[in-house]
Ligand binder design. Structure first.
Ligand SMILES: C[S@@+](CC[C@H](N)C(=O)[O-])C[C@H]1O[C@@H](n2cnc3c(N)ncnc32)[C@H](O)[C@@H]1O
Length: 198
């Protein structure tokens, strides 16, 4: 089977052409709902080709910072080609071993990437480690949990086992990682988990 990193790298050049306008709109609404503060430092974990980057950069403003991170160099290269802002940095690395110091980030956002991480428990712990106390994690998808899981099963190959766990398991993953006030909303058009680092 193709390793997951290669799977995403092979798709990088055509990734943007497959993102529908409707999905971008849903993501804009989700980012607006998060009401990120101007000046905050946001980690976009699994940024891919950076669909969230313009939304995040606008939300945090020039006094903030967006760190766009992915483990697939060709996905990151597509994002780098498009976006050049002073409040944007790119970072290549694995979610299970985020190459950032402890407690430097105010918000971790993770769109359509969490179920792809090989070790969900370790990835959640890393999100918690890099967040400041009181910082927020938002794991989301512009589709329901059921849709995402069925899509991955249908696509097969490297992503066939990339499933969003059931609500009780997600709660365990994030509470064990040190998050509280965990909320999970699963609707027909979106999935959103948020939590605050204790
Ligand atoms: C389905 S794509 C979503 C990309 C982007 N967030 C979007 O919505 O277009 C999942 C992304 O997660 C990245 N990814 C998967 N596993 C990863 C890991 N362990 N560490 C970092 N990035 C990872 C992939 O390279 C890919 O870019």
């Amino acid at each position: 089977m193709v390793p997951k990193k290669d799977y995403f790298d092979e798709k990088a050049a055509k990734w943007d052409s497959q993102i529908k306008d409707e999905v971008v709109l849903r993501l804009k609404n989700m980012i607006e709902e998060l009401a990120l503060s101007q000046g905050s430092k946001v980690l976009d974990l699994g940024t891919g080709t950076g669909v969230l980057i313009p939304m995040l950069v606008g939300a945090v403003g020039v006094s903030g910072l967006v760190v766009a991170m992915d483990f697939a160099p060709r996905m990151l290269a597509e994002a780098r080609k498009k976006y050049h802002w002073s409040n944007l940095e790119f970072l290549e690395g694995e979610a299970e071993n985020i190459p950032l110091p402890d407690q430097v980030i105010d918000e971790v956002v993770c769109n359509s990437a969490f179920p792809h991480f090989d070790n969900l428990w370790q990835a959640a712990k890393e999100m918690s480690r890099v967040l400041k106390s009181g910082g927020r994690v938002a794991v989301f998808h512009p589709h329901s949990r059921e849709y995402v899981n069925e899509l991955h099963a249908f696509l097969g190959g490297a992503v066939k086992n990339c499933m969003i766990p059931e609500e009780d398991v997600m709660r365990d993953i994030f509470s064990e990682a040190g998050f509280e006030k965990i909320s999970i909303e699963n609707t027909l058009q979106s999935y959103l988990l948020t939590g605050r680092k204790a």
